[in-house]
Ligand binder design. Structure first.
Ligand code: S3P
Length: 423
């Protein structure tokens, strides 16, 4: 437990560097673990979640070495781990690796912490079973048990937009026979499709139709991970609600991840992208947020996958925007590291926000001057960081109950924030 007192801030300034992308770091380490040769991954995110992936791939036989933020991973044929694989707090680790290991024909038992043990796993076990996997979990929750089996490709239409599920199936398909076809009604983040190409895999993905011949071998490669837009989003939000000018450097701007920028543009935020370039297959840019005034707007299901982790921040921005904001189609938030609909609603309300919750989102009226309060981060990294920003925009001091969780995706968050705020 690490309580934190946060005092209001007048503005936020300067140039911010944000941590490497979590989704891409997980994928790079996993694919490298099954590739022939040694892969070098520069600017790897050494956060608690990605460390869960590193120890998990080592348990399947890969050799992992760290030097600063560079990781080298020497792939090896997967072997069944002697002990249960503890995935900690990380949904991406367990869901993607379950698929990958199923395709590599190994057994495994996957476990996780108390939050991960409450999250739904049927979304991966059901389609993996359709591919021939022998995989089970009790009441759709961890522990998940995988037994050796031979897999074949399927033609699968995603019932919920989920990059984790899509990626689990693609990674499983690497060791399957035949062909895999995945159809998405709303496109979720496409890092897996992009990074597979770097590892030498032939795959096509266009307009929500992903096609891949199976099986395919992975070849080691060199990758540099861009900055994480979901971590940048905390600083974008801080600049928006403190009406400040702020630059955020080296951010991944893959369009399947930039929904929060598009949403804030609709609400009146002014920003520009410069120094646009590619790192591997991923677009990267510096983002300059300019002093702006926000107004309410309406968001629906089609807007959600590209900003799913940023919706609590969007709710906070809406408390500071003129008029009404409606967020719907965000039911997936209820099954993240905590129930983020409940957490966002209850804690912003304690701070005086005019917020109503629905089963799939919120209605928020603004602007409201938030009041400092004692709040709970629900041990969820993204809720803790969202509340820290709400506290900066509030009158009076706030206390967040337990801030250790930021280690999951953004080690050093409070230090970086402290460097840039003016009180
Ligand atoms: C992730 C996908 C998203 C996101 C999670 C990371 C990924 O989950 O919420 O933080 O790396 O694929 P879903 O794909 O389940 O929506």
């Amino acid at each position: 437990m690490k309580n934190l007192i946060i005092k209001p801030a007048k503005k936020i300034t300067g140039s911010v560097r944000i941590p490497p992308d979590k989704s891409i770091s997980h994928r790079a380490a996993m694919l490298a673990s099954g590739a022939s040769g040694t892969s070098v991954i520069e600017n790897f995110l050494l956060s608690a979640d990605c460390k869960s992936t590193l120890s998990a791939v080592a348990a399947f036989g890969a050799k992992v070495k760290k030097k600063g933020s560079t990781i080298t991973v020497t792939g090896a044929p997967f072997s069944t781990p002697a002990k249960p694989v503890d995935c900690g707090n990380s949904g991406t680790t367990v869901r993607l690796l379950a698929g990958f290991a199923a395709g590599q024909g190994t057994g495994a038992v996957f476990t996780g912490d108390s939050s991960l043990s409450k999250r739904p796993m049927k979304r991966v076990t059901e389609p993996l079973k359709l591919m021939g996997a022998s995989i089970s979990c009790k009441n759709g929750r961890l522990p998940m048990r995988l037994k050796k089996a031979e897999l074949h490709g399927i033609n699968y239409t995603m019932p919920v937009p989920s990059a984790q599920v899509k990626s689990a199936l693609l990674l499983a398909a690497l060791g399957a026979s035949g062909k895999i076809k995945i159809n998405e009604k709303i496109i979720s983040r496409d890092h897996t499709e992009r990074i597979l190409k770097l590892f030498g895999v032939r795959i096509s993905a266009a307009a929500g139709k992903i096609r891949m011949k199976c099986p395919q071998a992975l070849k080691a490669c060199k990758i540099k991970v861009p900055g994480d837009i979901s971590s940048a989003a905390f600083f974008i939000c801080a600049a928006a609600i403190l009406k400040s000018r702020l630059k955020i450097m080296d951010v991944g701007v893959n369009p399947t991840r930039t929904g929060f920028l598009r949403a804030l543009k609709k609400m009146g935020l002014k920003y520009s992208l410069s120094n646009k370039r590619f790192l591997g297959k991923e677009p990267v840019a510096d983002i300059l947020v300019m002093k702006s005034s926000l107004r309410g707007a309406v968001f629906s299901a089609k807007d959600m996958p590209s900003m799913i982790d940023e919706v609590p921040l969007l709710a906070l921005c809406a408390t500071q925007a003129e008029g009404k904001t409606i967020i719907s189609g965000a039911g997936e938030l209820a099954v993240k590291e905590c129930d983020r609909i409940e957490a966002t609603y209850s804690e912003l309300r304690k701070m005086g926000a005019d917020i109503t919750k629905r089963s799939d989102g919120f209605i928020i009226r603004g602007p409201v001057k938030l009041k400092g309060a004692g709040v709970s981060g629900f041990a969820d990294h993204r809720i803790i960081m969202m509340l820290a920003l709400a506290a900066l925009a509030a009158d009076g001091k706030s206390v967040i109950d337990d801030t250790k969780g930021v280690e999951i995706s953004f080690p050093g968050f409070f230090k970086e924030l402290g460097r840039h705020i003016k009180t």
